[in-house]
Design a protein around this ligand. Structure first.
Ligand code: DAH
Length: 344
C-alpha cells in the first residue's frame, strides 16, 4: 500500500509539472484528491491493515496528500498571477493620451457686431424694431421723401419684384413703420437692424446683400447736438474712448440737414495712413435731422416735434473693428475665418 501511495505521489507530481492551464489543474485535483479520486481509492484498503501499520500508512498518505496539495497551490497561484497580469495589461488605460477635442461653434462676426451695437443703444434707452425685407415702394422710397421720379433713387439700385414691391434697399423704411406704430407718442427711440439688398456687383467692398442698422429719435426739441453726442457716445463705446468723430455736410432726401460721419482712423489713430488715404478719418455712417415730410408720413407734426436719424452698414463697422480687408469673408463661411472670432 505504501508503494502504491509513493507511486501515486510520483505520478501526480509528474503530471502536475506538465499542467498548462487552470482547467486542467482542477481536473487533476479531482482526479487525485477528490471524493472518488485516486488517493481515496487507495485509502479504502486501510480497513485491512493491522493496528501497527495503520498510523504508518496514514502518515505516508498525509505526506502524499500534502505534497500534491502544495504543488496544486503553487500552480494555482502561478495561474492566478498570470491571469491578473493578463487582465491588467488588457484593461490598461493610457491616461497620457490626449483627449478628443470637441468642435464648438462660434457666433458669426456680423451677428457679434450687431449684438454689440444693439447693446450700446439699448444702454442709451433705445428699443429694437424690425421690418420686412420685402418692402413696398411707399415705405422704402415714397414716405422717405423719394417720390417716383426722384433722381436720388438712382443712388440705390433696387431689386423690384413688382412695380410697387421690392427688396428693401436700406433699413430706413423701418423708421416710417416705427413712427406709425408709435402713433404720435414721444419720445421715440429705436434702432432697426436687418438685411438690405442692392443691385451691385460683388467685390471687396460691395455685396448684393448686406446689413444695416438704422437709428431714429423723435421728440420735442431734438437737436443736431443730440445727434452728435449720441454718435460720439456710440463710436467711443465701439472703438475706444480715444476715437473722435467729425460731421461733414451731405445729402439724403430723408434728412435736412444731412451729414456723413467720420471716425478717427482705426488703423493709424489719425496720423494718416493708406487706409484713411492719409486724411486720418474714415467714413462710417450717414445721418441728419429727420425731414419734416418724413415726420408727417410717420404721423408726427413737424411743428411740434423734431428728430434725428442715422444709418450704418454693419459690415463696414465690423471691417474696421477687426481689420478685415474683404467684405466677402463674411459670406463665404470659411471656418478658418469664422473660427477666429470664437474667443473675441
Ligand atoms: N439709408 C441710407 C443709406 O442706405 C443711410 C442713412 C443715411 C440712413 C442718413 C439715415 C440717415 O437714417 O439719416 O445709404
Amino acid at each position: 500500500m505504501k508503494d502504491r501511495l509513493e507511486a501515486l505521489r510520483v505520478e501526480a507530481l509528474a503530471q502536475l509539472q506538465e499542467v498548462a492551464d487552470a482547467g486542467r489543474l482542477n481536473d487533476l485535483r479531482v482526479h487525485y484528491l477528490g471524493k472518488k479520486g485516486q488517493l481515496t481509492e487507495i485509502l479504502r484498503g486501510m480497513g485491512g491493515l493491522s493496528a501497527e501499520e495503520r498510523p504508518v500508512i496514514g502518515q505516508v498518505a498525509n505526506d502524499v496528500r500534502a505534497a500534491i496539495e502544495a504543488v496544486l497551490a503553487d500552480k494555482q497561484a502561478a495561474f492566478d498571477r498570470a491571469e491578473t497580469a493578463r487582465r491588467l495589461a488588457a484593461e490598461t488605460i493610457d491616461v497620457t493620451l490626449p483627449g478628443r477635442s470637441v468642435a464648438t461653434g462660434s457666433i458669426h462676426p456680423l451677428t457679434k457686431v450687431t449684438q454689440e451695437i444693439e447693446d450700446i443703444f439699448l444702454g442709451m434707452g433705445y428699443t429694437i424694431a424690425e421690418g420686412p425685407e420685402v418692402e413696398t415702394d411707399y415705405f422704402n422710397f415714397e414716405a422717405l421723401n423719394l417720390p417716383k421720379d426722384h433722381p436720388a433713387r438712382d443712388m440705390q439700385d433696387s431689386f423690384y419684384i413688382t412695380d410697387e414691391i421690392l427688396l428693401r434697399t436700406h433699413t430706413s423704411p423701418v423708421q416710417i413703420r416705427a413712427m406709425k406704430n408709435a402713433d404720435g407718442a414721444t419720445p421715440l427711440k429705436v434702432i432697426c437692424p436687418g438685411r438690405v439688398y442692392r443691385r451691385d456687383d460683388d467685390d471687396a467692398t460691395h455685396s448684393f446683400m448686406f446689413h444695416q442698422i438704422e437709428g431714429l429719435v423723435v421728440g420735442p426739441d431734438i437737436r443736431m447736438s443730440d445727434l452728435k453726442g449720441t454718435l460720439l457716445q456710440f463710436v467711443q463705446a465701439m472703438y475706444g474712448p480715444q476715437v473722435q468723430i467729425r460731421l461733414r455736410p451731405s445729402f439724403f432726401p430723408f434728412t435736412e440737414p444731412s451729414a456723413e460721419v467720420d471716425v478717427t482712423c482705426t488703423q493709424c489713430g489719425g496720423q494718416g495712413c493708406r487706409m484713411c488715404k492719409h486724411s486720418g478719418w474714415i467714413e462710417i455712417l450717414g445721418c441728419g435731422m429727420v425731414h419734416p415730410k418724413v415726420l408727417e408720413h410717420g404721423g408726427f407734426d413737424p411743428e411740434q416735434v423734431s428728430g434725428f436719424a442715422f444709418g450704418m452698414g454693419v459690415e463696414r463697422i465690423a471691417l474696421l473693428k477687426y481689420d478685415i480687408d474683404d467684405i466677402r469673408h463674411f459670406y463665404n463661411n470659411d471656418l478658418r475665418f469664422l473660427g477666429q472670432f470664437a474667443r473675441m
